[in-house]
Design a protein around this ligand. Sequence first.
Ligand code: SF4
Length: 203
Amino acid sequence: MNSLSALADFQADKLDIFLSRLQTIFAQMDQKYDEVAEAYGFKCRGCEDNCCLTRFYHHTYLEYLYVRLGFDKLDFPERKIILTRAVDVCRQVEMADKKGEPVRQMCPLNQRGMCSIYFYRPMICRMHGIPHELRKPGQPAFHGPGCGDFDKQCPDVSNVQFDRTPFYFEMAKLENEFKQAAGLTGRIKLTIAEMITCIGQGA
Ligand code: SF4
């Protein structure tokens, strides 16, 4: 039994509590992101270099389960379209990887430029775009850049701080608690296309 299928045995009422705590962390992230974006005067209006084309990996079971919750709320025909697209994206990526070619595939949840599960989207989809920092104990702070559109809109980057550390910390803490409660070890590494494919297989 793989670790995702083990999730099926986890009690629904207990899972609700974990997902509600995840929702609270996401709400805090969104609030901080909005504050920093406003301080910079940055507005994400969608762009050609769409971040939904980026091959993001997601590493927590809870984000997977939150995506699954959002996906399950879509109507059947929409789910079917998205699942077909997800399988195709996985196939295209696998082929490109085998050839050693770079690949940019639109996230299967992006429909007509909009995220189909916006409320349930994972952490990186919420925080991408704005320059940030990350502080790991005993290491110098890591500074990450903003996206291309950010650089165009805000060429004179002032020193507005967007420290992702507390959010990463809270996410890791919650995920560890969840894994302990569910008897899971290790961590996942999945793109959205891979997540949707797993969901389609009943995981
Ligand atoms: S989950 Fe939503 S926001 Fe994240 S990459 Fe996919 S479409 Fe974009």
